[in-house]
Design a protein around this ligand. Sequence first.
Ligand SMILES: [Zn+2]
Length: 94
Amino acid sequence: MPRARKAKLYRKARHLAHLRPAHLNGKLPSYSMVGSYPLFYLTKHNNVLCADCANKEGKDSDDPPVAQAANYEDPDLYCDACSERIESAYAEKD
Ligand SMILES: [Zn+2]
């Protein structure tokens, strides 16, 4: 992914410090609580992860997820670990 696009994603992302809510047992969610927007994660080394892959990365990983963001309108966002496409809120093709 181009550097500028990643920088833009980071600006919109929320830091993960508050993002492992106790009621989810510290699990990172796939959808936002408000609005149910599809979520993805950004790692320390600028990789994009789907929620499943973000949950597989432990605290001891050398590339842990550090931020969470909602995918509003990117129909071509893919997980860098499993290559699954990350669903978007508004840009889905029927
Ligand atoms: Zn994945």
